[in-house]
Design a protein around this ligand. Structure first.
Ligand SMILES: [Zn+2]
Length: 375
């Protein structure tokens, strides 16, 4: 089994084209990770997720510890076997979901106690337990346990939250049991305050991680503020380790973040949108529920090679959406994930060719032009 490695293959300005090697295979970067919250990418069989071009998926410590439990998954051979996904898996540490989903949370230096949003059962999540759960799941890339700083937060609150996350990061590192081909990433916090972000990055570098994530963004601060935080944070992170922007985002967020030096992303947007009739295309977002598609024989996106675009008309997709058929979610999720993977492949190609700026300009032009109306 090889070591976990990150190789930088090319650069275009601050953008990076790289390759990650894990115990379960390679990941070409910049990479987008479909979200498989409860050990399933919703509406998709794992082989179809792979068919969209995805090489790595994300799963969720919080959801899996509640149901069916990390111990159960470990008994059944680990998460890769359990969910039939043979490729790399990144697990988040549960910090974000505890804050957004759990009930009766109590935060202390030790960790968080809370009640499950499913049945009210009491749980405790600490840095040590979050790392143990991710070990039991067998995730290729585990995340340090952190507190996702609420937004908006005053600077003093953002600072004490960040400092707590840095103490938890140190405990996460100490609890982590290294295995070949596996990695532990730290998470930069600090809200929208550049100095806090730089201090957080420096603290994580001192502890030493296999990769570095930027957390606490895309929580309502807006794209220009997010890009500003990235501009301040990226130079504080080591060049030779992957950088992961958590929970982002829309296609133009990905392009802006890749331009600033981010290597990895995850977001529920393509999968969630696929279940609400929203499709991402080269000419902007299309709502298949809209009556204008009812008699349209064209594919959703003529430039897309996915199963939805090669096999079905807009009229059919509109029909299954309106009829509430499960196939609507399956086809539109397939398309959206393929769209995101094609976008990442184009960003990798443009970074290699040194044409990222021109690619970003053309992308914005095509999005602004909007959907081509039916004849
Ligand atoms: Zn498609």
């Amino acid at each position: 089994m090889s070591d976990f490695t990150f190789t930088l293959l090319a650069r275009d300005g601050a953008a990076r084209r790289g390759r990650i090697e894990t115990a379960h295979g390679m990941v070409e970067t910049p990479a987008f990770m479909p979200v498989g919250t409860a050990a399933t990418v919703k509406a998709m069989r794992p082989e179809d997720v792979g068919g969209t071009g995805a090489q790595i998926i994300l799963a969720n410590t919080y959801h899996l510890m509640l149901r069916p439990s990390a111990e159960r998954i470990a008994e059944l051979g680990g998460l890769h076997t359990f969910m039939n996904w043979p490729g790399p898996i990144l697990t988040d540490s549960g910090g974000f979901q505890v804050m957004s989903l759990a009930k009766l949370r109590k935060l202390s230096e030790k960790g968080v106690t809370f009640r499950s949003h499913l049945d009210g059962a009491k749980f405790e999540l600490t840095p040590e337990r979050a790392i143990e759960i991710q070990h039991l799941l067998g995730s290729d890339i585990a995340m340090a346990f952190d507190e996702c700083t609420p937004f908006p937060a005053e600077e003093a609150a953002a600072q004490s939250s960040m400092e707590l996350s840095m103490r938890w990061a140190e405990r996460s590192k100490r609890a982590y049991r290294a295995r070949p081909g596996h990695a532990l990433f730290g998470i930069v916090q600090g809200g929208v305050y550049p100095e806090l972000r730089r201090r957080s990055a420096a603290a994580l570098r001192d502890i030493g991680f296999d990769g570095y994530a930027v957390g606490g963004l895309a929580v309502g601060e807006g794209q220009s503020t997010m890009f500003g935080v990235l501009d301040e944070t990226m130079p504080a992170l080591p060049e030779d380790r992957p950088r992961y922007l958590m929970g982002v985002g829309k296609p133009d967020d990905l392009i802006g973040a890749v331009t600033r030096g981010i290597d990895m992303f995850d977001c529920v947007l393509p999968t969630r949108s696929g279940r609400t009739a929203q499709a991402f295309t080269r000419r902007g977002t299309v709502n298949l529920r809209n009556a204008r598609h009812a008699a349209d024989p064209r594919p959703l996106d003529a430039a897309c090679g996915c199963a939805a675009c090669t096999g079905y008309s807009r009229a059919y997709l509109h029909h299954v959406v309106r009829a509430g058929e499960i196939l609507a979610a399956m086809l539109l999720t397939t398309h959206n994930l393929r769209y995101y993977q094609d976008l990442m492949a184009a960003l990798r190609g443009a970074t290699e060719a040194g044409t990222l700026g021109a690619f970003a300009a053309r992308f914005a032009e095509e999005q602004d032009a909007g959907d081509i109306p039916a004849l």
